[in-house]
Structure formats: structure tokens, C-alpha cells
Design a protein around this ligand. Structure first.
Ligand SMILES: NC(=O)c1ccc[n+]([C@@H]2O[C@H](COP(=O)([O-])OP(=O)(O)OC[C@H]3O[C@@H](n4cnc5c(N)ncnc54)[C@H](OP(=O)(O)O)[C@@H]3O)[C@@H](O)[C@H]2O)c1
Length: 201
């Protein structure tokens, strides 16, 4: 498979890349690293990305961020920052991927546990993760008619981020990287569509 992995040098993305690189044609995109550099919050960058890749079998996105702040400090701009990056960045990539994905291909987005298991100061991410899941649920039927599958992987705090982030996730048990990568492999290689793959289930 020819797979475009946006965020493939990040904490989660590099583990997926390690699993896929020997058996697939893997194109890694990122903001400042990778085979192709782009800002996924910029529509022109996304158009140029697909001009560079040509037709692909699968798009996997493990990129996008949002501010983590107390509720009373949150502004419209904080939400906008998260919308432009993690939410519309992924959605715009998915929309612009449609004509560039071969029949039988797939799109895999990344949401996260905060959609249903919140942390203090994580309101923007909770909002955005739910929106990313909503896009998958809303779009899979129409994509099915085009022969394209779409799923979201929704990981808990991952093991490789635990040292850096566990103080923000009180009482959360980090999930192992093998289990996280397995979620992306399931979305890529099985026949499922329209699913939110919670990791752990
Ligand atoms: N880590 C966790 O525990 C965890 C848990 C649940 C959900 N998630 C979600 O999973 C996703 C990946 O998390 P992560 O921890 O792997 O993040 P990360 O280590 O910060 O890596 C993010 C990757 O995305 C790329 N990127 C960031 N902004 C971009 C932009 N505007 N345009 C293009 N590429 C961009 C970065 O490129 P460069 O390498 O060039 O900087 C990097 O490769 C995030 O959406 C996060 O919310 C993470």
C-alpha cells in the first residue's frame, strides 16, 4: 500500500511508521520534518501535498494540537487554534484526500480519550476530539459509496508520552504503544468503517 502518514515523526506517528515501513510505500509528512513538509491548518499546503503524493491507498493522520487551559481563561482564539489545527486540519486533509484515494482505500484520523474521559483544563481537546469522531460518523456512509473507508483511533494517554504528560492525566493508566499501533493497523487493514477505535477498548 502507498500510505501517507501525516505526523509520522511524532510520538505516536513514529511508532506506526516503524511498523509499516518495511512492507509499504510510506510517505511521511510533518510541519518541520518528513518527506513532505506542510502546515495542515493551511488549505493551500494540503492541495500541494496531494499534488506531490499523487494517488494513495491510505491517509493516516497523527497530528494536530489544541491549548490546554483552565476554563475561565479560555477564549474564542484558543478554540479557534484547536479547530484550525487538530479539527479542521484533519477534516480538511480528509476532504481533500477523497479524490486522491484509490478505490478500496482508507482514511484514519486521531481523536483521543478526552472526548469521553476528561482531564482538568482539557475542554478544548474534549470538544475537538468529539468533533473529529463526529466527522467520521457523519461521513462514512457517503464515503462507502466511493469505496473509501474512514475511522478514528482514539487513544488513552500513550506510554511514550507518560513521562511528559502524566501529571495532566491524574488517575489515567497509560496504554502500551503496541496496542496503540494495533488500532491504526486495524483501521488500515481490516474492512471496518465509521468506527471510533478506543485504545484500550
Ligand atoms: N500522546 C498522547 O498520549 C495522545 C493521546 C491521545 C491522543 N493523542 C493525539 O494524537 C495526535 C498525535 O499526538 P503525538 O503525541 O504523537 O503528537 P506529537 O508528538 O506532538 O507529534 C505531532 C506530529 O504532528 C506533526 N504536526 C504538528 N502540527 C502540524 C501541522 N500543523 N501540520 C502538519 N504536521 C503537524 C508534527 O510534525 P513535526 O515532527 O515536523 O513537528 C509531529 O510529527 C494528537 O492529535 C494528539 O492530540 C495523543
Amino acid at each position: 500500500m502507498k500510505i501517507l502518514l501525516v505526523g509520522g515523526n511524532g510520538t505516536i506517528g513514529k511508532r506506526i511508521a516503524e511498523r509499516l515501513k518495511s512492507d509499504h510505500e510510506l510517505i511521511i509528512a510533518g510541519r518541520s520534518t518528513g518527506d513532505i513538509k506542510l502546515d495542515m491548518s493551511n488549505g493551500n499546503d494540503i492541495d500541494q501535498l496531494f499534488q506531490k503524493t499523487g494517488k494513495i491507498d491510505a491517509l493516516v493522520i497523527t497530528a494536530g494540537s489544541a491549548p490546554v487551559k483552565p476554563l475561565e481563561e479560555l477564549s474564542f482564539g484558543d478554540f479557534q487554534q484547536g479547530f484550525e489545527s487538530k479539527m479542521m486540519g484533519q477534516i480538511n486533509l480528509a476532504l481533500k484526500a477523497i479524490p486522491n484515494i484509490k478505490p478500496g482505500g482508507s482514511i484514519t484520523l486521531t481523536s483521543g480519550i478526552l472526548s469521553h474521559d476528561p482531564i482538568p483544563y482539557g475542554t478544548v481537546l474534549s470538544t475537538i476530539n468529539s468533533a473529529v469522531n463526529g466527522f467520521v460518523i457523519g461521513s462514512y456512509g457517503e464515503l462507502l459509496y466511493k469505496g473509501i473507508r474512514i475511522n478514528a483511533v482514539s487513544p488513552a494517554l500513550v506510554e511514550d508520552s507518560a513521562e511528559k504528560l502524566s501529571e495532566y492525566f491524574p488517575g489515567h493508566t497509560p496504554v502500551g504503544m503496541k496496542e496503540v499501533v494495533d488500532g491504526y493497523i486495524k483501521s488500515l487493514k481490516s474492512n471496518i468503517t465509521g468506527k471510533i477505535l478506543n485504545i484500550p477498548a
